[in-house]
Design a protein around this ligand. Sequence first.
Ligand code: ADP
Length: 436
Amino acid sequence: MRRSRPSMFYEFLAYVSAGFLLGLLVSYPGWGVALGVCLWALYQMRQYNRLMNWLQREDQSEPPESPGAWGELLDELARHQKHAQSREQDLKAIIARFQQSTAALDDAIVIIDRHNCLEWWNSTANTLLGLRPGDRGKPLLNLVRDPRFVRYYRKSNYQEPLQLSSPANPDIHLQYQISRFGEGDRVLVARDITRLVKLEQTRQDFVANASHELRTPLTVIRGYLETFLDQELPRPLQRGMSQMQQQAKRMESLVADLLLLSRLESTQHISDEQPIRIQSLIAQIAQDARDLSADRGHIISLEVDPEHDLIGQELELQSAFSNLVFNAVRYTPGAGEIHISWKVDARGGHFSVRDNGIGIDPMHIPRLTERFYRVDESRSSASGGTGLGLAIVKHVLMRHGAQLSIESRSGKGSTFSCHFPPDMLRSLNYQDSAAG
Ligand code: ADP
């Protein structure tokens, strides 16, 4: 509880009055008042010195005992100091616990300041990212130099994590995720996913090997079936054989798609990119689509930007684009319209296939690119699809840094679009002027 003490003003009055009374006794009241003021000033100076000495001590000792207003001030200061000390202890304990808990994490955590320099990291970051105590204050991009990481770091959108091998050990696979906080600061979390990557690799190898092994027996079966079907066969046998041939063909396409998909999955990015003459590629796909449509009489129209080509892996893109166009033919009734377009704007290049076919209920759209996902098993089997087409499209686009968007309504047709970033485009005008 706070002690009630006389204020400094009353102390001053007491000194002056005492001096005045003393002065009266010796008939010099004025000198008495002056003496009182001097004594009061000396007292204040002494108390001030005691206070300064106490404040300058670092031994957390009790404040000097003092009567009056100075005592009150010293008590108040001591109370504040104790409060600040106990808050400091609490904060130190919180920081120590935070450091202990982050050190116990298996994930690397790095705090990066607004100037992109390293501010703090936990001990796992030393192992996973190869950081050293002397790296504090250094730019992060000087230490993690992989161009894919640099591109990811400079992006403003960190919704998707990035998978890369560790800069400290190429056998460790890391998943990087960045989040922003404060005023331009970032926190980077790197998780060791080596086990997951190995499991995924084993799965991919298994699918690739199994598909590869199935190819030879299938070719033999198909060869024999073709030979038998060339002979004059009794009618029921003929029907059975031609159904067997149809199913064998389907299995062959399934095996081919599985092999292509596992090849696409084996690396995340294309390595052999070249400029692609997109006009002739689209014209060829449109011709193949007309052949597939045959006497179903689809109306296939084209609209192609003549000034921009695409950079990428031609066979992969051809496979992705033809999957979309052939799907449009397969899922659009005869005489339906199919429009294929290649347009370029400030956001990049856009390849789209629009049809006015059977369409897809919106609830199926998020799952369409999953392997073997089918809206309706019967319509898909009838169309001869493998259920892998859109999964292949998604993987090809991912490897080209592009994205697939799907707009569709049941009974109203569909639009499948592939959006390529501007750095995957090549301006033909520039080429011409460069050549000129
Ligand atoms: P599938 O080989 O079965 O066609 P896809 O992966 O290519 O497999 O397509 C997945 C499913 O998406 C198909 O089963 C089909 O139901 C639907 N689909 C794809 N394209 C279209 C389209 N243009 N119109 C309507 N449905 C489509």
